[in-house]
Design a protein around this ligand. Sequence first.
Ligand SMILES: Cc1cc2nc3c(=O)[nH]c(=O)nc-3n(C[C@H](O)[C@H](O)[C@H](O)COP(=O)(O)OP(=O)(O)OC[C@H]3O[C@@H](n4cnc5c(N)ncnc54)[C@H](O)[C@@H]3O)c2cc1C
Ligand SMILES: *[C@@H]1O[C@H](CO)[C@@H](O)[C@H](O)[C@H]1NC(C)=O
Ligand SMILES: *[C@@H]1O[C@H](CO)[C@@H](O)[C@H](O)[C@H]1NC(C)=O
Ligand SMILES: *[C@@H]1O[C@H](CO)[C@@H](O)[C@H](O)[C@H]1NC(C)=O
Ligand SMILES: *[C@@H]1O[C@H](CO)[C@@H](O)[C@H](O)[C@H]1NC(C)=O
Ligand SMILES: CC(=O)N[C@H]1CO[C@H](CO)[C@@H](O)[C@@H]1O
Length: 602
Amino acid sequence: MKNRLSVSFWILLGLDVLARAQDAAAWVALNSSVGGRLYSATPLALPCFSQYNGNNVAPDTAACATVRENYRTNTFRADSPAGYMYLQDEMCLGEPLNQCVLDNTVDPALAPWLGTSSDPEAAPSCNQGSVPPYYLEVQEVADITQALTFSRQHGVPLIIKNSGHDFMTRNSQKGSLSLWVHRLDGLAYHDDFVPEGCAQTSSVGRAIAAGTGASTASIMEFASQHGSTFIGGYSPTVAASGGWILGGGHSVLSPVYGLGVDRVAQFTLVTPDGAIRVANACQNEDLFWALRGGGGGTFGVVLEAVHSVEPVMPVAVANILLPANTTVETSLEWIKLMTEESLRWGKEGWGGHAAGLYLTHMNPLPPIANLTDGNAAAQESMRRATEFALSVGGTSVVEVFPDFIDIWNQFVQPGAAATAGTARFLTSRLLPEELFADEAGISKINGLILAAQDLGFDPRNLYVPVTTPFVVDGTGPANGSDMAVNPAWYGALWHISFSTYLPWNSSYEERVKALTTHAKVTPLMEELAGRGSYLNEANPFEPNWQESWWADNYPRLLEIKKKYDPEGVLDCWKCVGFQDEEFSSDRFGCQGKLQLDIDKQT
Ligand SMILES: Cc1cc2nc3c(=O)[nH]c(=O)nc-3n(C[C@H](O)[C@H](O)[C@H](O)COP(=O)(O)OP(=O)(O)OC[C@H]3O[C@@H](n4cnc5c(N)ncnc54)[C@H](O)[C@@H]3O)c2cc1C
Ligand SMILES: *[C@@H]1O[C@H](CO)[C@@H](O)[C@H](O)[C@H]1NC(C)=O
Ligand SMILES: *[C@@H]1O[C@H](CO)[C@@H](O)[C@H](O)[C@H]1NC(C)=O
Ligand SMILES: *[C@@H]1O[C@H](CO)[C@@H](O)[C@H](O)[C@H]1NC(C)=O
Ligand SMILES: *[C@@H]1O[C@H](CO)[C@@H](O)[C@H](O)[C@H]1NC(C)=O
Ligand SMILES: CC(=O)N[C@H]1CO[C@H](CO)[C@@H](O)[C@@H]1O
């Protein structure tokens, strides 16, 4: 079996090389049309291997050491043109030999075969996986239009790669040309931003125009320098004007201030026809509708988004941790406590993360974020959680800071430094607020945690963004429901998710088995919550994905996709316009093969 697999793999690779030789002149021409910014993209771990795509190569010991030491480091991966936060974006999931990864169970990561064995079986080849063989470092609009023309002429699919945080494998694609947009990271502050083409009276007030590549951390810092607070996501390395905003964009401050899509005033993008378009409430309204939640990589290449920001304000933080040796039983009690308190916390303005072994919440509302009461109101609000944590040997910090940036630097950044380098899959649902309002609902949520535990999900690994919009003052979106984002967000309280990790060296059978179990937790969540889920933190093998991610908005999204990308130049895995028939295509074979086998089991 193993041999057959690898033989057919080499044949495919051989054909690919032939095709590439024929096209070599075209690639050279493309390169010169984009100022020499076209590069071969090699997998991150290549320096640790002595074979690459079946050819002998010399390992590079120094470069390999750097990769090993930074294997789990988010900035290292986010800043690399072929760097992906999660290994599923670089592996070809359906072909376990077609990947280039290190043993991530130890730190620094290991290349166990390097210099330790003369057995060729023990020294795997570094294979391209789903890493696009070429990338273009986008610096100007002409780079994008040249790539669009090239893609049409030569049938080479395009893919958009920014910080590489996608859980969904949409930021890479076997055999594609990657538009690496991460260097488009300019920032500009506006006191009084009027969307282009709108009346002067429709100013959104203070706003930051952020290039699509700008990291959340850089926008946070820039906002603070301009006396402002950016309502951004929790990961410093995520591109806030990239996949984050295009999928919805939640923040710990969302319960008060809404999602990214509630706040964005304007996008500038290049559509597949090569035109630069401004999309806002006054022009290209259909695109403005679609880009607010329709998902990244689909409707065009976004250059910039303008985010409305708030003045600097005091914010309270609650960072409550259970000890590392907490038992499953204690974790279950802790989760129960959180399900009982969460709605009150939300109404008081808290948002953040609730997890099997901790809680990190933040609150910008004056009665709690009170700089002159010695933290009394914030501490009282969190008293039950604090007492629980202390009683089991944990710790609690509940404190008010004058500026969100202080909390960001002290509590968010350190924990986010090294969470990358694994193959991590989520499956998730938006849990409606009503469930948290009475005993019956609360007991259903806790029942779900137990049912998931029966499937093998340790409650201690539970991870819940509690970042739903406008919990404080009602349920509606800021500006009506006139955008593509999943309406299930409004009226939800938790975005509950369960994680499955695939071992770096997992066999195909192990992958099918683990992801089949993973899929089994989805209907359990659905019994409580229906289908609504956040596409940016979802399962790439989700069935009925159109409905889960967009509900009734899908048909309109599809119309807009057909209008702006009739040839499907920007098609990606389970993006708007994707068809399930493509599971068995070569283009999407890396995910499709696995999908078909998971579907057979569930
Ligand atoms: C550690 C971690 C923490 C996270 N925390 C949060 C959080 O707090 N809140 C939240 O809402 N989400 C969070 N996410 C999810 C995150 O928002 C998504 O992974 C998002 O898609 C990342 O976008 P990116 O552009 O940075 O990454 P990429 O993987 O580079 O891109 C993601 C998708 O967007 C597309 N895309 C990127 N740039 C463009 C562009 N310029 N034009 C068109 N399409 C583009 C890509 O093609 C791809 O489909 C987190 C993810 C991780 C891994
Ligand atoms: C494109 O041109 C630049 C500059 O001449 C060169 O460094 C680069 O290697 C070329 N890219 C490819 C894929 O050949
Ligand atoms: C957890 O570890 C601490 C020491 O760090 C110890 O005091 C405590 O008894 C342990 N608890 C359990 C449940 O093992
Ligand atoms: C903040 O605390 C002070 C001192 O207790 C109190 O007088 C004030 O009313 C509080 N502010 C708010 C907004 O609750
Ligand atoms: C996978 O790697 C781990 C070490 O990370 C090792 O213990 C295990 O035996 C390997 N599994 C297979 C199937 O090779
Ligand atoms: C939160 C938000 O962005 N609200 C905006 C909704 O739209 C009106 C005008 O159309 C703006 O004034 C608000 O700022």
